[in-house]
Design a protein around this ligand. Structure first.
Ligand code: FAD
Length: 440
C-alpha cells in the first residue's frame, strides 16, 4: 500500500469508527439521559479524554477527575527539549478547561480503590463513591530491576521517561557535557511506554551534539534485538549522524550513534551511579559522561494496590469495554492496561478512553456497546526537518486486540526530503490537536 493510499484508508476507516468511539454512535444518541457518578483516576492522555468525553456525551453525569499534579507535562515531543529545540513550558498544561466543563477536578493522590464498596480514597482519608471508575495512572518504574538504579539514583542519573524536572535534568547534563563525551541511553525490553521514544531521543541528542560537540558519541544499550521503525531510524541516523566531520578542521569523527542490541551485549542489569557506568548481563562495562537509564516499567502503583494487575504488572481488560477482568465496574486505559497489539502511546490512550466512555454510557443505558475500532499514530523526529511515523487501526478479533491488516504501516523508506519535512509538520500539528482536545 502506498503512503497516500495508506493515509486515505486510515481516514476513511477512522471516520466511521471514531464516530462510534467518541460517543457519537447510534446507541448513544438514541438512549435516554442517565445519571451516575464516575471517578477518573489520573489526568494524563487517557484520563483527561475520558473525563471530557463522559461529560460531553452525558452532561448529567457527575464526573470527578483526580490527578496528583497541578499541571500536566506531556512526554510527546519532550525529546525535543533535550536537543534545545523546545522548552518544557510549551509542553505543560493546566486543568482549568476541564473544570469549566463541569468536571470536578481534585488535585490529590489516590491512595486506594475499593471495588466492592465502590469507593476511591485520597490522601487525608476523604473518599468518593462511584458507579464506575476509570483508572489511567500511566506507568511506574520497576526500581531495583537494574541493580544500583532506584528513585534516589534517578536524581543524578535521569530516566526522563516522565516529562518534567527529569527532562530538564537530562537536558542540562547534555549541555554541560564536554565535547568528546559519551551519552549512554539504556533501553528496556518490551513492553514499555513509547516504543520508538529511545531511538528518537538518540537522534535528537545527536542533532544537538553535531552542532555543539561534534566529537561526542551516543551509545544505545538495548535489551532487545529489534525495535520500532528500525529501518527508518537506521537510515536517518546514517544519513544525518553517520559521518560526522568537523566544520573547522575537516577532521573525521565517524558515526555518532552506536546501537548495541541484546545479542551483542547491550542488555544491562546493573549501573554504578557514582562512576556513571552501565554493566551488561554478559559482563561488559560501559562508562558514560551522561547516563540516561530508561528502566523496565509496569502499571502505575494504584493499579497494583487495587489488585488490577497480572503477574507481569499490567492490567488485563475486556477489549470491547476496557473493563478490568479482575474487578467489575473498574475500567483501565492507557499505558497501564494490557493493550494487545496497540503500543503504549498517548494516541492509544486517547483512543481507548473514547471506547471506554462509549461502553460505560451504553451499559448505563442498558444497551450493547458499538463494535469498537482503535487508532494509533506515532511520529518520531530524526532532525527538525526529518520526521517518520507508524500508524495503524486496531479491532477486536476473537477477544484479542489486533491490528487490521494493511490498515497502516511505517513511512516509506525511499522518499524526498520534502516528504520527511511534512512528517515533522504532522508531528507538531498532532501534538497541538491532541493537547487542545484534552485541555482546551
Ligand atoms: C520521551 C517520550 C516520548 C513520547 N512520545 C509520544 C508520542 O510522540 N506520541 C504518543 O502517542 N505517545 C508518546 N509517548 C507516550 C505517552 O506519553 C504515554 O503513552 C501516555 O502519556 C499514556 O497516557 P496515560 O494516561 O496512560 O498516562 P499518563 O499520561 O502518564 O497519565 C497518568 C496520570 O496519572 C497520574 N497519577 C498516577 N497515579 C496517580 C494516583 N495514585 N493518584 C492521582 N493521580 C495519579 C499521573 O500524575 C499522571 O498525570 C511518549 C513517551 C515518552 C516517555
Amino acid at each position: 500500500m502506498t503512503n497516500s493510499n495508506r493515509r486515505n484508508f486510515i481516514k476513511s476507516v477512522s471516520g466511521v469508527s471514531l464516530a462510534a468511539a467518541m460517543g457519537m454512535g447510534i446507541s448513544l444518541r438514541a438512549g435516554a439521559a442517565v445519571k451516575a457518578k464516575i471517578v477518573v483516576v489520573g489526568g494524563g492522555y487517557g484520563g483527561v479524554i475520558a473525563a471530557k468525553y463522559l461529560k460531553m456525551a452525558e452532561p448529567g453525569l457527575e464526573v470527578v477527575l483526580i490527578e496528583q499534579n497541578k499541571r500536566y507535562v506531556s512526554c510527546p515531543l519532550s525529546n525535543e527539549v533535550l536537543a534545545g529545540l523546545g522548552n518544557i513550558e510549551h509542553l505543560t498544561f493546566g486543568y482549568e478547561g476541564l473544570a469549566r466543563r463541569g468536571i470536578t477536578v481534585v488535585h490529590d493522590t489516590v491512595e486506594a480503590i475499593d471495588p466492592q464498596a465502590r469507593k476511591v480514597m485520597i490522601s487525608g482519608g476523604k473518599s468518593f463513591d462511584y458507579d464506575r471508575v476509570i483508572v489511567s495512572p500511566g506507568v511506574d518504574f520497576k526500581w531495583g530491576a537494574i541493580k544500583g538504579y532506584d528513585e534516589e539514583a534517578s536524581q543524578t542519573i535521569p530516566h526522563a521517561w516522565k516529562a518534567g524536572p527529569q527532562t530538564t535534568l537530562l537536558a542540562n547534563q547534555i549541555k554541560d557535557m564536554k565535547d568528546g563525551g559519551v551519552v549512554i541511553i539504556t533501553v528496556p525490553d518490551n513492553p514499555f511506554r513509547c516504543p520508538p521514544g529511545p531511538y528518537e531521543r538518540a537522534a535528537l541528542i545527536a542533532h544537538y551534539l553535531k552542532q555543539n560537540k561534534p566529537r561526542s558519541k551516543i551509545i544505545l544499550l538495548d535489551a532487545k534485538d529489534k525495535f520500532s521503525k528500525q529501518g527508518l531510524f537506521l537510515q536517518g541516523w546514517t544519513q544525518h549522524y553517520g559521518d560526522i566531520i568537523s566544520e573547522s578542521s575537516k577532521e573525521k569523527y565517524g558515526s555518532m550513534i552506536e546501537w548495541v542490541p541484546a545479542s551483542k551485549g547491550g542488555e544491562i542489569d546493573a549501573i554504578n551511579a557514582a562512576t556513571r557506568t552501565a554493566m551488561s548481563v554478559v559482563g561488559k562495562e560501559f562508562k558514560a559522561d551522561v547516563l540516561n537509564v530508561i528502566p523496565p516499567q509496569h502499571a502505575g502503583k494504584i493499579a497494583h494496590t487495587t489488585g488490577l494487575v497480572n503477574p507481569k504488572g499490567w492490567c488485563p481488560v475486556d477489549f470491547k469495554t476496557f473493563e478490568s477482568t479482575m474487578h467489575k465496574n473498574v475500567h483501565v486505559i492507557g499505558d497501564a492496561c494490557v493493550g494487545g497489539a496497540m503500543p503504549k502511546s498517548g494516541y492509544a490512550a486517547n483512543s481507548q478512553a473514547k471506547v471506554a466512555v462509549a461502553a460505560i454510557i451504553a451499559s448505563l443505558r442498558g444497551v450493547d456497546p458499538d463494535e469498537p475500532a482503535y487508532l494509533n499514530a506515532c511520529y518520531s523526529l530524526i532532525t527538525p526537518e526529518h520526521g517518520i511515523s507508524v500508524t495503524a487501526i486496531y479491532q477486536v478479533k476473537d477477544g484479542q486486540l489486533v491490528e487490521v491488516p494493511n490498515s497502516g504501516g511505517v513511512s516509506p523508506i525511499d522518499v524526498s526530503p520534502a516528504f520527511r519535512k511534512i512528517e515533522v509538520a504532522h508531528a507538531k500539528s498532532w501534538l497541538k490537536n491532541i493537547t487542545t482536545e484534552m485541555f482546551g
